[in-house]
Design a protein around this ligand. Structure first.
Ligand code: PLP
Length: 397
């Protein structure tokens, strides 16, 4: 990760097809486009590769989460359970709808703790959204069982784990709905873009119409389309889809490179008795876009990050004090700083974020270091890096 490291002729060819015919819009313009339908082709290939009946491309991963929720009828006052360790996009996408994000603890998988999910369920809960952070996954079987028992919708955010599988199934295809991001730093990138995945016909139809102003997409005459319900514009452009298409065709190649690089570093770190690795649920296969490991305590993690810096080992993070990915530093959420008035229901629903502590999450995030696995490293560079990491870690233990 990220896919932009290996841009080449394939991306250029797809992009030039679009520029040559001048149709940047994903719908209509049938005559002008000379048979080039990049968004449609990307949707079909996503469906095949991710083994899901329907893929609906949208303008971003954040949009994918909002569109997925709207498609399942989630809105004002509904509660959605999500993890404390994610990207700010997760609660933004929920709050956009007037719904209430209910953040709960993670466990040693670095994503939703099933017990914490169960404890947070109320009569307002509509959905559970695991976020498969850093290339690996939540215990989906446990979450599916909870959702079935309480009649909740399971929405996977697999923005950071495209290419990973659970019990043989691609992440994003397992829940009622799945969300992908194709943004500039993801394993396959379109610059900006995202996708909603689902096997549910109704959710798919909703996502298809809603993301394009509620147009019903019936027939070939755009002007004659009707609006079964109100929508919005969350469309992707043909330019973005073209790049995404070339990148998706390289996903297996990217995962294989990551696995090779990840394995070299993991084997090196395994020699250090104090280092343990993030738990991957049984039957899970990572995308290998990050290597995440635990140290004995927060103090050691901080010292190791410092030692990495001093030794020019880049792209490794301890998220404890990170204000993009972890609840501790989300001051804007805790103080509910919005540019627009919030409903009383949302304000009351979010009262808890001001004061609640998350010791279990702090425990795992404090001890965790996650390192990005790059696609462009040579084998020599990976081996050198692994050795430098071992040296830096042992120097502070
Ligand atoms: C990147 C990301 C998103 C949002 O994707 P965008 O395409 O940047 O809007 C959502 N969730 C997670 C976990 C992400 O990493």
């Amino acid at each position: 990760m990220p896919g932009f490291e290996l841009f080449g002729d394939k991306e250029r060819k797809e992009l030039n097809d679009v520029l040559d015919n001048g149709v940047l819009m994903r719908y209509g313009f049938d005559g002008m486009r000379k048979g080039h339908w990049k968004a449609k082709a990307l949707e079909t290939e996503l469906e095949n590769q991710l083994q899901v009946k329907h893929a609906q491309l949208v303008s971003s991963g954040t949009a994918a989460v909002s569109v997925a929720m709207v498609s399942a009828g989630i809105g004002a006052g509904d509660e959605v359970i999500m993890p404390t360790f994610t990207f700010v996009a997760s609660f933004e996408a929920i709050m956009m709808l007037g719904a209430i994000p209910v953040l709960v603890d993670i466990d040693d998988t670095l994503t939703l703790c099933p017990k914490a999910v169960e404890n947070a369920i109320t009569s307002k809960t509509k959905a559970v959204m695991p976020v498969h952070m850093c290339g690996s996954m939540a215990n989906l079987e446990a979450l599916q069982a909870i959702c079935r028992k309480h009649n909740l919708i399971l929405i996977e955010d697999s923005s950071q784990a495209t290419g990973a599988t659970y019990k043989g199934k691609p992440l994003g295809s397992i829940g009622d709905l799945g969300c992908l991001s194709l943004d500039f730093v993801k394993i396959i990138t379109a610059g900006e873009g995202g996708a909603v995945l689902t096997n549910n016909e109704t959710y798919y139809k909703h996502a298809d119409h809603y993301s394009d102003h509620g147009h019903d997409h019936k027939g070939n005459d755009r002007g004659a389309e009707t609006h079964p319900f109100l929508g919005y514009n969350f469309r992707i452009s043909e330019l973005h889809a073209a790049v995404g298409l070339a990148q998706l065709r390289r996903l297996d190649e990217f995962v294989a490179i990551q696995k090779k690089n990840y394995t070299i570093i993991r084997e090196a770190l395994s020699q250090i008795p104090e280092v343990t690795f993030r738990t991957v649920p049984e039957g899970g296969e990572e995308s290998y876009s990050f290597l995440s490991f635990f140290l004995p305590d927060l103090e050691t993690s901080r010292k190791v990050i410092q030692a990495f810096k001093e030794n020019s080992i880049d792209a490794c993070w301890n998220y404890y004090d990170n204000n993009w990915h972890y609840i501790r530093k989300w001051e804007h959420l805790k103080t509910l700083k919005t540019l627009y008035p919030l409903s009383t229901e949302v304000k009351e629903g979010l009262e808890y974020v001001k004061s609640q502590t998350f010791e279990q999450s702090d425990h795992y995030i404090g001890r965790n270091i996650s390192c990005l696995i790059k696609l462009s490293w040579t084998e020599e560079e990976v081996i050198k890096r692994a050795n430098k990491m071992v040296k830096a870690i042992t120097s502070v233990l």
